[in-house]
Ligand binder design. Structure first.
Ligand SMILES: Nc1nc2c(c(=O)[nH]1)N[C@H]1C(S)=C(S)[C@@H](COP(=O)(O)OP(=O)(O)OC[C@H]3O[C@@H](n4cnc5c(=O)[nH]c(N)nc54)[C@H](O)[C@@H]3O)O[C@H]1N2
Ligand SMILES: Nc1nc2c(c(=O)[nH]1)N[C@H]1C(S)=C(S)[C@@H](COP(=O)(O)OP(=O)(O)OC[C@H]3O[C@@H](n4cnc5c(=O)[nH]c(N)nc54)[C@H](O)[C@@H]3O)O[C@H]1N2
Ligand code: SF4
Ligand SMILES: [Mo]
Length: 758
């Protein structure tokens, strides 16, 4: 074991440049250090991508680094008591716990949950691929199935590539239609852009911005128009737009025409979906829907964009597909100012494939879960199945779990059930930096480093970025223990352990070399020969390989002047290779290299949408929201982000509040089919009547956690209200929006606390 990092210039006083790993905006930060401590963090004005942008979360990296609650040394729990141990002892304990489970029940009894921060570090994201691809663990879980799975599915079906997402070309579009996203809070998702709100303001100056959302969000408030839609009905709206495009002869496919398959099929089915048929259900006038289609068709540069509100809903796959359909039919696809496929400077696990995870092998319904019978989609079952797969005895029961950078107890539907069953596992290993609601159940915690102690490079997110861009930053500080393993080494040891080698004896370098050789091989290169050029392995060697063989790389000398990791390191402000370029022919991986406009698998879901149109309206439905100063469940322990009044409230329209005799601040009981919580209300007119909204990631103050700041303002866990089996059928993705609920003045104020503090 040992650090592979260059030792120069770390922890020194002065100005350090560092990439922010907290969200998809990928800001370049300036970290000022005095006397070994961070005194100030600001945006780097010279950053080739973000040009000085920063948000309060980025500035809180200092608080994260200094947080006394952050786990710095491995910990083992025995007899209910935690103690810090050496890395060797921690790995030995992993072996003691996991080896007998594998021996007794087989590797099928082991599963893993890999969480969101994985997408933000090149150490974890690359080597999670090793864990998932090489450990033999048959199925793993991730928040992908409560996030972008419908988009993965629609891209797989339309383009033959489940990670190729068309991204709105914000810098060059004149009309931007935002559906189910709130970039003013999230800073953009699957649309990586620097200072996204500034870019949206610029579009308004040039043209028009429309927000389609049940909530008048901060993004909607600064748009030209807010169209309050009934949650879960976006697919119907988009089908009606498609109907009008065909009906009024507005379809212009331009250069895409030779690449399209299924246009007639699409025209035929859209015929049934007139604006008049869907208007009442969507809550948007038929005339406005018609006009929207005409405006999109008439605009020289326009783009429709849908994000989490379109994915995490009952018709997520249909809506994800139809966003692309509308962009294609209006000629705003693979062309500047429309939706375009980024050209990432590095190829990553999402642009390339791992053994067992390749597109050819991707599909749906090849197996079903043991307990609920849920179908697998693209290799994963809905994450809401995890609790029942742990709790239900029988062949295939999960007996051991590895969590990597995830907090499913708070983040996943019915996570409180997971909370109940995790203690029943025979072994649980967490790779995490906090003792939180999930990791409190682990037997061993193997901590990662603070972001400021790690080198940073954004891999996965480059595939969603509006410019081709790369930036590498060195660590700001030395880790306190220079011999500690980095996270990629931890993942390799756990992978080795799953295949039968004691974790402490795993030959990390050999597995790393094998991974490198495989990745080189998929590029037509001889990994063993290439390795001779490198002194060390790990993620930096992999980054060099993937940069050099990427679109701007030097191809190990074949393309002189092309980029290498060394060249990138010499440009601490990063390198911007420019805007997206048309590249449809390169992207398409369907058998006949055509875009499938009308995939049968999705068309099969239309009867379910038709039934939605005639369904009686719900009295109240719940949607989710994000806040600029939260990050899912895990930044609530940072004092600078927790200032101000409590954000964990139920937003409700004044008419709905009046009907129930509620005043702002009253505590109400919110009940869904899956559970009940008590939460204070916030009355507003910035929400569609009949809709209420809650943030997720709250519900702290559980016994045995070490989150002093978060636990002082715990909030409640909205996912108690998310019914685990309420999913988008084609993808299995959780429908965390549009959940039918009732709201009434709370009768038993104490109950919540009992539920939350068990
Ligand atoms: N500050 C901050 N930034 C984050 C995160 C965070 O927690 N905090 N999380 C990160 C993660 S993991 C992700 S995936 C991204 C998500 O990024 P975004 O997709 O921008 O997510 P939200 O801000 O939650 O916006 C979702 C919007 O969808 C709306 N909505 C709900 N249901 C429907 C519906 O049926 N139809 C329509 N049209 N709209 C609907 C909601 O009202 C909400 O305004 O943000 C990332 N960035
Ligand atoms: N109701 C509702 N629920 C939702 C959503 C919603 O919109 N509504 N959104 C969903 C979405 S989009 C997502 S992505 C999920 C997120 O779900 P998760 O990924 O499970 O949850 P996070 O809160 O992001 O947890 C991140 C964990 O990683 C740890 N961590 C942070 N940085 C590092 C690191 O560098 N190394 C390691 N090893 N650990 C680290 C933190 O301590 C924390 O335990 O939540 C989902 N849940
Ligand atoms: S916008 Fe995102 S990347 Fe930029 S500072 Fe904030 S959290 Fe970090
Ligand atoms: Mo997410």
């Amino acid at each position: 074991m040992g650090s592979q990092l260059p030792l120069a210039a770390r922890g020194r006083d002065g100005r350090h440049l560092h990439g922010c790993p907290l969200c998809e905006a990928m800001c370049g930060l300036e970290v000022h250090v005095e006397n070994g401590r961070v005194t100030r963090i600001k945006g780097n004005p010279d950053d080739a991508w973000s040009r000085g942008h920063i948000c309060p979360k980025g500035a809180s990296l200092a608080a994260l680094h200094d947080d006394p609650d952050r786990i710095r040394r491995p910990m083992i729990k025995t007899g209910g008591t935690w103690r810090e141990v050496s890395w060797d002892e921690a790995f030995r304990r992993c072996t003691e716990l996991l080896a007998p489970v594998i021996e007794k029940y087989g590797i099928g009894a082991v599963s893993a949950y890999t969480g969101n921060p994985l997408g933000h570090t090149f150490s974890l994201s690359r080597y999670a691929g090793v864990l998932m691809g090489m450990s033999g663990i048959p199925s793993t879980y991730s928040p992908g199935t409560i996030d972008q799975w419908p988009k993965n599915l629609s891209s797989h079906l339309m383009y033959g590539s489940w990670w190729s997402f068309p991204i709105p070309d914000l810098e060059r579009t004149d009309m931007f239609v935002i559906m189910g996203a709130n970039p003013a809070a999230s800073q953009g998702s699957m649309m990586s852009a620097p200072n996204v709100v500034g870019l949206i303001d610029d579009i308004r100056k040039r043209g028009k911005v429309i927000v389609i959302d049940p909530v008048r969000t901060a993004t909607a408030a600064r748009a030209d128009e807010w169209l309050p839609i009934t949650p879960g009905t976006d697919a119907a709206l988009l089908l009606a737009v498609t109907h009008v495009l065909f009906d009024e002869d507005l379809v212009r496919t331009g250069h895409l025409a030779p690449h399209l398959d299924g246009l007639d099929r699409l025209r035929a089915l859209a015929g049934d979906w007139s604006p008049e048929r869907v208007a009442d259900t969507c809550g948007i006038d038929a005339s406005r829907i018609r006009e929207l289609a005409r405006e999109l068709a008439a605009a020289p540069r326009a783009v429709v964009y849908g994000r989490i509100g379109l994915c995490n809903q009952e018709f997520g796959s249909l809506a994800s597909w139809l966003v692309d359909v509308v962009n294609i039919l209006t000629g705003h696809f693979d062309t500047p100012g429309g939706a375009m496929f980024p050209r990432p400077a590095v190829w990553t696990l999402t642009t390339e494939t791992l053994p067992g995870l390749e597109d050819g092998a991707a599909g749906f319904g090849r197996w079903h879960t043991r307990v609920r019978g849920a179908k697998e989609v693209l290799g994963q079952a809905p994450v809401s199945c995890l609790a029942e797969e742990i709790a239900t005895p029988g062949e295939g029961q999960i007996k051991a779990l590895i969590t990597v950078a995830g907090n499913p107890v708070l983040s996943t539907p019915g996570g409180h059930k997971l909370d109940e069953v995790l203690p029943g596992l025979e072994a649980m290993i967490a790779v995490d930096i906090f003792l939180n609601e999930t990791t409190r159940h682990a037997d061993v915690i193997l901590p990662g480093l603070s972001p400021l102690e790690q080198p940073h490079h954004d891999d996965l997110l480059l595939g969603f970025a509006i410019n081709s861009f790369a930036n590498y930053s060195a660590p700001v500080f030395y880790p306190e223990d220079p011999d500690r393993p980095e996270e990629w080494e931890i993942l390799i040891r756990l992978t080795g352990l799953c295949t039968g080698t004691p974790a402490e004896d795993v030959d990390v370098a050999a597995i790393d070399d094998g991974f490198f050789d495989y990745m080189a091989f998929t590029r037509g290169l001889d990994g063993a020969a290439l390795r001779e050029q490198y002194d060390t392995g790990g993620p930096e060697r992999m980054l060099d390989l993937t940069l050099r063989t990427g679109p701007f790389g030097d191809r190990y000398g074949e393309n002189p002047g092309g980029v290498t990791l060394e060249a990138l390191k010499a440009q601490p402000d990063g390198i911007n290779f420019g805007p997206m370029v048309p590249r449809i022919a390169e992207v398409l991986r369907t058998a006949d290299a055509k875009i499938r406009l009308a995939p049968e698998y999705l068309i099969d879901d239309l009867p379910r949408l038709a039934a939605r149109i005639t369904r009686a309206p719900d009295d109240l439905v719940l949607v989710s929201r994000r806040h600029l100063r939260s990050n899912n469940s895990w930044l609530h322990n940072m004092p600078p982000l927790m200032k101000g009044k409590s954000r964990c409230t139920l937003q409700i329209h004044s008419a709905d509040a009046d009907r129930r005799g509620l005043r702002s601040g009253d505590v109400v009981t919110v009940t869904s089919e899956s559970g009940s919580i008590d939460v204070p209300v916030e009355i507003t007119d910035d929400i569609k009547p009949g809709v209420v909204s809650m943030p997720h990631g709250w519900g702290h103050a559980k016994a045995g956690t070490r989150l002093r700041v978060a636990n002082a303002s715990p909030g409640v866990n909205t996912n108690i209200l998310s019914p685990p089996a309420f999913v988008d059928e084609p993808s299995g993705n959780g429908a965390l929006n549009g959940i039918p609920v009732t709201v009434s003045a709370a009768t038993a104020l104490h109950r919540n606390h009992e539920m939350e503090k068990q």
